[in-house]
Design a protein. Structure first.
Length: 458
């Protein structure tokens, strides 16, 4: 990699790690050149080099190798030997030969470990805590403190996109920051299997066993993957037991509870249950809104001119499913569109740029479901909600139902009208407006609607 190429990477790196991290950890590095596949950097101190190599090493390497595939390793050396504690206050700094950062050595070993890179965005700082994930978060925090091993393994489970991988990476970052010596290995169950099969094929099982038994903390993501894969399960079981015997922390994730994973050997299942099992519940409205607000705040730093109109984030939190990945994707797209067309982020833009996402999540709440729930709530019959009677006891709940249909589905007014006994779209519009007014004036209606919305979204 040339110095120019390194220069060109700076902006991307700054965006990826955030400005603060960039200024603190990346900007002070000086790139010296590459030799035999090693990109060499000067770092201000030994500690600095170690920290960067452990916390940003994977990320730097992946970006650098993207530019120059011949680079396979990074080294961080201290140019100014006087700055290293080993030689306090000797001679003219620039005359000293470069002192190789000793602590860079374990990092080099670590590259031989079969772990997956950690995503620099997945930290505790960026994890938004709410009711559905507070237990999982607390357990992850506890493990990340690296104290005596109290529950082994920590088993995190939950549906797709609820933050399992994020929490695991956060634990790894935190452990490494607190104790750079600790060998923390994170990988997916799929990678575990791949390594296992490869070692079998290359007749390197001894190396494989030794390598896995030498780590201090083992994290295996998406362990449901090994269900039904008998010899991989077997090997996993032995690795697991060996580490538990040495009192090493193990952290496992899966998309469901241990007893719901089919084709898993019973002894493994009971091993997995022997520590602390915590689940991430589907997100609720408050958590989704919290996540959107946090992410929007981050985006605003990148797109300073962009304005988000009131109600947009609330709408997305209402409408988009419990999967946080989908939620994030929607927000990313909104910001990208808004910056392309130079418009503020408002409901028009939401409908223009997210129609597919909204359509996909619409299945969740149907008009009929809303009508049923509302009827139940007001203790009237479904047929009274859609029927012709205009007495207040039916008309008001009917308007509430129309209002909720407008809010929680993406059906048009004419469509909603049709589904309410073939009413005209102006009738629906009138109903929706009326409820909007009433929500301001009448606390009871406001409360009813809030309750209904929760019940429907649960
Ligand atoms: P899983 O591994 O459970 O499928 P991930 O950990 O990959 O889910 O999370 C999917 C995305 O959602 C990631 O980008 C992650 O950062 C984000 N995410 C999930 N939960 C939260 C949360 N509570 N706060 C902030 N971001 C979250
Ligand atoms: Mg995951």
């Amino acid at each position: 990699m040339t110095k120019e190429q390194w220069g060109a990477l700076q902006e991307t790196l700054c965006k990826t790690v955030g400005e603060n991290n960039y200024k603190t950890w990346i900007a002070p590095l000086t790139y010296r050149g590459s030799q035999r596949g090693v990109a060499q950097f000067n770092a201000p101190t030994n500690f600095f080099g170690t920290y960067v190599s452990q916390n940003y090493g994977d990320l730097l390497l992946s970006h650098i190798a993207g530019m120059d595939p011949s680079v396979r390793k990074l080294s961080f050396e201290v140019a100014n030997a006087a700055a290293t504690p080993a030689q306090p206050g000797t001679g003219a700094p620039s005359a000293q030969p470069a002192a190789r950062s000793e602590t860079a050595a374990p990092a080099a070993n670590r590259e031989d470990l079969p772990g997956a890179p950690l995503d620099s965005r997945f930290t505790f700082d960026s994890f938004v805590v709410g009711k559905p994930n507070e237990l999982a978060h607390a357990a992850a925090r506890r493990v990340a403190e690296g104290g005596p091993v109290t529950f082994n393994p920590l088993f995190l489970y939950g549906g797709v996109g609820l933050g399992k991988t994020h929490l695991m990476h956060a634990i790894a970052w935190e452990l490494r920051a607190r104790n750079p010596e600790l060998v923390v290995l994170y990988l997916s169950a799929e990678q575990f299997m791949y390594r296992f099969v490869q070692s079998l094929r290359e007749r390197k099982m001894m190396d494989f066993k030794e390598m896995f038994r030498s780590v201090d903390v083992l994290m295996v993501d998406d362990v449901q993957f090994i269900a039904g894969k008998d010899s991989t399960q077997e090997e996993f079981f032995h690795t697991f037991n060996a580490l538990v015997d040495q009192n090493k922390q193990i952290i496992i994730s899966a998309d469901r509870a241990p007893d719901e994973i089919k084709d898993l050997e019973n002894r493994i299942r009971s091993r997995l249950q022997s520590g602390l099992v915590v689940d991430l519940h589907p997100t609720d409205y408050e958590l989704r809104l919290g996540i959107l607000q946090t992410k929007a705040e981050m985006y605003r730093a990148h797109y300073p001119g962009l304005h988000i109109e009131d109600g947009v984030l609330e709408f997305l939190a209402h409408r988009i499913s419990t999967n946080v990945r989908v939620l994030e994707g929607a927000l990313t797209r909104l910001f990208a569109f808004a910056s392309l067309v130079g418009k503020p982020i408002n409901m028009d833009l939401v409908h223009d740029s997210l129609s597919d996402v909204l359509r996909a999540s619409e299945r969740k709440i149907s008009i009929e479901e809303i009508q049923r729930k509302v009827a139940e709530h007001y203790n009237i019959r479904l047929s009274d909600i859609v029927g012709p009677k205009r007495v207040r006891t039916f008309a008001r709940p009917r308007q509430v139902a129309m209002y909720l249909c407008k809010q929680l589905t993406s059906r048009s007014l004419p469509e909603i009208g049709r589904r309410f006994g073939g009413r005209d779209h102006t009738t629906v519009m009138h109903g929706v407006r009326r409820i909007e007014e009433l929500r301001q004036q009448d606390g009871q209606i406001d409360e009813d609607i809030e309750m209904l919305r929760r019940a429907l979204e649960a």
